[in-house]
Design a protein around this ligand. Structure first.
Ligand code: PLP
Length: 436
């Protein structure tokens, strides 16, 4: 596997930024393939798909409110707050000489119920979608019925005939494991070597089977896919190519639009919305970008962030090879402490959509993740996991790149996870950030 040095050199000649990327330098890449909304070529998803996904969430809300008490106050809608982080903006301006114009917000998916991360959107959605299809086909429910029925013993017994599998570095496994077990499915999570012990423990506690792997995320996915599909009643949640995960994430955009309206935040040409999204395989940032583009068109600008050691989407889009290349091809080790971001190869589904829609990608060093985590904790009292802090450098990167007129911009940093991280682990992240 991997390219020979000659092939790498040829690619570098063609795409000079690859030199910096392979030397693990933090880079900013502006996407030359981004298209205006009226010039987009046809995609494998539509706005209607996203609206249908939102309706599915609504049908299941009474069920979710019932079985996950932490969602009852929101009526079973899994959503997170949008908070202004003016103190953190000041820290960024002081410590990073960032000169950030406009207002800075944090989209607090670190607080999402059920899974404590952005995976509560995609992962929970895909399992609900699968469950609904099975139940309708079996004549157990119709779309107008009371979905609290999904909590009945009869349903659980029905779902227990089916097995669900997923390969994960951790967070996706948590969301799939928790919702699948709740519905009664026989669920197995294939975990890569870098997955944290507490995630395995939690999954076993809710009744999921955890299968541990020596290899990285890509290998855990391949093994999981193979094992799951051996069973004729098996369903594999394929993070490397899933339309359903993508659509589950996209609904965040409809909700964000409402939150912006209720906070009286304008989005238009003079008031651009700039969003910074941590990227692993690209499903969550891709789905959200797709959704936001449907809502705000050319007035929203979406940037992805990847660790310098895992620039999977960046290499895929920069070379145009998408899911056909991985970071290891370029002798990059894919080792990062950003859970969920240690991904060597981008999703096929997500990369084809992102290619036309995203404004760019920047990469970040692991040390900065910890520093930003500690700075956010000190300035705002908000604790996120290391990957989720990666978007915080976005506004300063944009200020430096003259990308667009940001005078009246609203910057939204997507904080993708954190609330399930055990206190001791969070303390050690924080202490590490303080020491750097
Ligand atoms: C999974 C994850 C991401 C990235 O999502 P992808 O769909 O893999 O791109 C970002 N942050 C956290 C905390 C995650 O768990």
């Amino acid at each position: 596997m991997g390219f020979g040095q000659q092939e790498i050199n040829q690619q570098i000649q063609k795409y000079p930024l690859l030199k910096n990327i392979t030397e693990l330098e933090p880079v900013v890449w502006l996407n030359p393939n981004q298209k205006k909304m009226d010039q987009l070529s046809k995609m494998a998803v539509t706005k209607q798909d996203m609206e249908d996904a939102a309706k599915l969430w609504e049908r299941f809300a009474p069920f979710l409110a019932n079985v996950f008490p932490e969602t009852s106050s929101s009526g079973g809608i899994i959503e997170s707050p949008l908070r202004q982080i003016a103190n953190m903006k000041k820290v960024l301006n002081d410590k990073y000489d960032a000169n950030i114009q406009g207002n800075l917000f944090l989209k607090c998916d670190n607080e999402l119920p059920i899974a404590g991360s952005i995976k509560a959107r995609g992962g929970v959605y895909e399992v609900l979608y699968f469950a609904e299809g099975l139940a309708i086909n079996a004549g157990l429910i119709q779309k107008g019925d009371d979905y609290t029925n999904f909590a009945s013993e009869k349903m659980k017994k029905f779902f227990s005939q089916y097995c669900i599998g997923v390969g994960s570095t951790g967070n996706l496994g948590l969301s799939i494991g928790i919702i699948s077990a709740k519905l009664g499915f026989d669920v197995s999570v294939y975990m890569s070597a870098d997955a944290k012990q507490w995630k395995k423990d939690l999954l076993r506690k809710v009744g999921a089977t955890v299968v541990e792997f020596e290899g990285d995320f890509g290998e855990a996915i391949s093994a999981g896919r193979q094992q799951t599909l051996l069973n004729p009643m098996g369903y594999f949640v394929d993070d490397e190519d899933s339309k359903h995960l993508f659509l589950g994430y996209s609904v965040a955009a409809l909700r964000l639009k409402k939150q912006l309206e209720s906070q009286k935040i304008e989005v238009n040409e003079e008031h651009p919305l700039v969003v910074y999204l941590p990227c692993g395989v690209g499903g969550s940032p891709g789905g959200i970008t797709f959704g936001l583009k449907q809502m705000f068109g050319d007035d929203v600008h979406c940037f992805f962030v990847e660790p310098t050691h895992s620039p999977a989407m960046l290499i895929g889009l920069l070379t145009g090879e998408k899911e056909n290349v991985c970071v290891q091809d370029f002798r990059i080790d894919n080792l990062t402490e950003g859970d969920g971001l240690a991904v060597g190869r981008p999703s096929k589904f997500a990369s084809s959509v992102c290619d036309q829609m995203i404004s760019g990608i920047y990469t970040i060093e692991d040390n900065d993740l910890f520093k930003l985590l500690a700075q956010l904790a000190d300035s705002e009292g908000i604790f996120v996991e290391p990957s989720a802090a990666s978007g915080l450098l976005g506004p300063s990167k944009m200020a430096a790149s003259n990308y667009t007129n940001l005078k009246n911009a609203t910057h939204i940093v997507w904080a993708t996870g954190g609330s399930l991280v055990p206190k001791e682990d969070m303390n050690s992240f924080y202490e590490k950030g303080k020491s750097l």
